[in-house]
Structure formats: structure tokens, C-alpha cells
Design a protein around this ligand. Sequence first.
Ligand SMILES: Nc1ncnc2c1ncn2[C@@H]1O[C@H](COP(=O)(O)OP(=O)(O)OP(=O)(O)O)[C@@H](O)[C@H]1O
Length: 408
Amino acid sequence: MDNNVAIEVKNVTKTYKLYKKHSDRFKEALSPFRKNYHTNFYALNDISFKVRRGEIIGIIGKNGSGKSTVLKIITGVLSPTEGKVDVNGKISALLELGAGFNGEYTGIENIYLNGLMLGFSREEMQKKIDSIIDFAEIGEFINQPVKSYSSGMFARLAFSVAINVDPDILIVDEALAVGDLKFQLKCMEKFNEFRVRGKTILFVSHDINSIKRYCNRVVWINEGRMIAEGDAERLCDKYTDYLKYGKIMLSEEGEGVVDNSSNLQLRSDIIGYIESVKIFDSEMNQLEEVQHGNDVYVHIDFFMNRTDIKSIVIGLAIHTIDDFYVCGLNSLLDNMDIDYKFGKNTIIVKYKDFNLLGGTYYFDAALFESNAHVPIDYKAKIKTFFVEAPYKGEGLCIIPHEWSMKGD
Ligand SMILES: Nc1ncnc2c1ncn2[C@@H]1O[C@H](COP(=O)(O)OP(=O)(O)OP(=O)(O)O)[C@@H](O)[C@H]1O
């Protein structure tokens, strides 16, 4: 394996046999003709990805998608049905904390036992034991069998071993939040120390913001299959859209192009209509994707079939993919008189420093009579677009702001 690669997951599939009835399992075992009584359930289906040394990778996916199964296969807790995993370095996993502990042994004995399972010799563990005991903060109990520990003490010791053995690769499954607040802060410090020292980390969390905060790259798994792999901020925003909208929208599937623009010809009974909404950058490149913080020019093409309407109003609204109304503007509110002509017209709305946060949004556009009450034409969802944004805040947008400390 390439020395820069810490973990390589190659075509890993994990299936479980599902039986409708308990008795089917026996029937199958005893069947003289090897008749099948089960169906195969694919917990993972042909998953491949690489984790390079020093990378922090997040695994995202909804409940039951197979995230924990991947981690368990990487750590060797589970074996794959097909495929293989290569690991370059010592792995420690904050996953199923304390799985390797023996209740009859004391805390100290368990530390050695766990270390051994992680591939560290007794001598190596001797050097680490003080820091492990200090970190766990369980006092005299360290000499008692762990079966007498409270669940908090048990978790603290398990966590302390996993994080203080100084592994090359750390695997974290939602487990940073063990113990009380003080202990959690200590764990976070340790986790940060790991990151700064350039260790390889594989991280699973349902908290998509912590994935954005810590990871460079993410792997997205859905129903056992790998959907995408790539930049953390972008894919997390795509994943959040999926959770809201129930539809996976990636570039390959024509993301960002839901264009319901009308093909109406000029007809005498129609006063006018919105034809299309297009998005451009300042160099007049047409965009499907907007960079957060850039100036954005929205061109609204509309046709007028009459010129005797005294004044018209154009409206443009932005909604999130789950229909939250973000911002509605119209030319009347902005005191813009529209000097339209018969036939095709284009009005341009410039958004300065477009500061919506990452995700998929859509435009509605409308053509109104002079009071902006009666729509002559209203095109809902006429243009869908994706905003690519760095993780520098949460919510819908970043309101321009400054921080300062109040002086004395
Ligand atoms: N022993 C098993 N037998 C049958 N199915 C199993 C078994 N273990 C896990 N599964 C199934 O495999 C799928 C993947 O499970 P896994 O725990 O990896 O998902 P996950 O993405 O980690 O979910 P969560 O976010 O809820 O922790 C699930 O549908 C689960 O029910």
C-alpha cells in the first residue's frame, strides 16, 4: 500500500442473512438440498475509499446507512463478506467504548489488556499508564475490578485508554460526549491536540456541523452504498439538503437545474409572462452554483404582449429547498420603475456579496400589475441553484458583522 495512505477500504461488502422465521434458520441448516431460506441484506455494498495520512475524514449518512459497520470493519471488530481493508499504523477507536474490557480485572489490568489488543507492548504501555490514569480521574478505583465502576467511570477509563495510547489513527464514533462537561472539554482538547499533530482521524457524527468543522473530506454512505466522496463543506451541505428534501442532488444527476420556464408563445390573451431566470457572475459567466460572498447577477427574462399597462412590477423570491421563505424583493419596494417594451425584456437584480450559507435554494419570479397585488404571471421554483460556502457560521446567511471587546 502507498505509504501516504493510512486506510484503504477496497470493495467492501457486508451482508447479513435475514430469516422470516426463527425456524427457517434450522430448516436451512438441515436442508439436504441446501435450500435457501434467507434473503441477503446488504449493510454495505461495494464500498471503496482511501484515507491519506494526516487527513480527517468524516463519514456521513442517515441512520442505518452503514457508517458504524464501516468503522467496525476497519477496526477489525467485524469482518467483511467481500473485499478487504488495509491499515497502515496503529488504530485506536472511540467506538463501543470498553468493548475489550474484562469486568473481573482491575482498571490497571484492563489498561494493559486493552493496550495489548491495540498492539502495544507491556513496556510501551508502562510509559503511557500514568497519563491514562491521570486523564481518567477515577482515583483509588483504578485498583478495583471494573465491574464495580459506575457507567461514567467505565466510559472515562475506556476513553482515556483509547485516546492516550497515542495511536497513528483515531476512530471516533459519536463518542466525544462521554462523562461530565469538564471531562468532555478535556476530551475535546485531546482531540484538537491530535488534529494539530497531524494524526489521521476517521470521524462519524450525526452533528453535521462538527463534521464541517473538523473534517477535510467526507464519505457519504446511503443504504450501504457510497453516494459520494469529496470536500467536507460542500458534501455536508448536499447531505443536509437531502435530509430536508429527501432527494439526492449531485452534479452527475443534473443538480441545480429545475427549470420550469414557460414555452408560451406570444398570445393576445396573455398580458405578459416570465420566461426564465438565469444567474451570472460579474464576468457574465452563467452559473448553476453561486460562491458565497461573491456578487451575483440574476437576469429575469420576461415577455410583454401589451404596452398599455401603465406600470409593472417584477418580484424575485428565494426559498430554501424545504420551502423556507428567505428573501422576497420587488421592483416596487425598491422604487425601480420598469420601462418595458413590447416583446422580450430583461431585468437584472444584482445581489452584492451574496451571503446565503451553503445548500440548495430556488428562485420564484413574478410579474405584477402596478400595486404588486395581482400577479400577471408567477413562476414558482423557476430556477434552482446551489450555494457553495465555507463553514463560517450557521443558519441561513451571514449578516455582515464585526466583533470587539468593550473597552474599560
Ligand atoms: N447483526 C446484524 N444483522 C442484521 N442487520 C444488521 C446487523 N448489524 C447491523 N445491521 C444493519 O445494517 C445496517 C447498517 O447499520 P449501521 O449500524 O452500520 O448503520 P449506521 O449508519 O451506523 O446507523 P446509525 O447512524 O443509526 O448508528 C442497518 O440497517 C442495521 O440494521
